[in-house]
Design a protein around this ligand. Structure first.
Ligand code: DC
Length: 231
């Protein structure tokens, strides 16, 4: 049987991880899993339950509520994309909105949340032929991944990308607010105690500030080729 790889893509918010990861998965015929969507779906559930408060005091309530959550992805023929389901409800649009974005970093610091979601992510990767993006995929979820990429781009460029994405989805947005949210999320993601955002020692860095998706694909094809030819 053909060799199939596990590819881990980590990096900063709005660094273009998901566009890149989806494109790689499409080209190789692999599964794509957006681990950030899992943290977003869990956050939405807690917001709806009134568990997201200024001081995030009810950690036990959040830990208990984790047991009520099931998260799945299903392919939408019309959009050609995988969409996120929370307890069988399609929440793809809602989890990308500003409310969830404002609280997801705080939720993803909670160990009970991470343990359960990391376990779910590991299970989806038991068969190779997967591209997963997130913050701790190369360090925690798949430390033995065949190929690890760590993505970055300047804060201004990331803010502009996120702004365009939100506008195209019909959300009202301010570029300044988005830039501040991105910088705040970088700080929270890099400084949390459990699985902070950091480059795995064996990850290759990709700064795509001035690269097109076609340029990024050209760059990654060489790496994939090498890994597929490794015995
Ligand atoms: O990739 P994203 O912006 O959709 O991720 C949303 C948040 O989830 C981000 O602020 C950090 C968190 N996250 C995480 O802690 N670990 C992951 N593997 C993926 C996302």
């Amino acid at each position: 049987m053909d060799k199939r790889l596990t590819i881990a893509i980590d990096g900063y918010s709005s660094s273009g991880k998901s566009t890149f990861a989806k494109e790689i998965a499409k080209e190789l015929g692999y599964i794509y899993i957006d681990s950030g969507a899992m943290y977003r779906a869990a956050t939405l559930y807690f917001i709806r339950k009134g568990l997201v408060t200024r001081d995030m005091a009810d950690i036990q309530g959040i830990a208990d509520a984790m047991k009520e959550i099931s998260i799945e992805f299903a392919y939408n023929q019309d959009s050609g994309e995988y969409e996120t389901y929370l307890n069988s409800e399609n929440v793809e649009k809602e989890i990308r909105g500003p409310d969830v974005s404002a609280h997801v970093s705080a939720i993803s610091k909670i160990s009970e949340v991470r343990t359960q979601l990391v376990e779910l992510q590991k299970q989806t990767g038991t068969d190779r032929g997967i591209v997963m993006d997130g913050r701790d995929i190369g360090t925690t979820v798949f430390p033995d991944a065949d190929l690890k990429i760590f993505m970055t781009a300047s804060a201004d460029i990331r803010a502009k990308r996120r702004y365009d994405e939100l506008k195209s989805k019909g959300f009202d947005a301010s570029l300044e607010e988005i830039r501040n949210n991105i910088i705040a999320r970088d700080i929270t993601d890099e400084n949390r105690d459990i699985s902070p955002l950091r480059r795995a020692d064996d990850a290759v860095v990709l700064d795509n500030s001035r690269m097109t998706i076609a340029g990024q694909m050209e760059w990654v094809r060489k790496l994939i080729e090498e890994k597929l030819n490794d015995s």
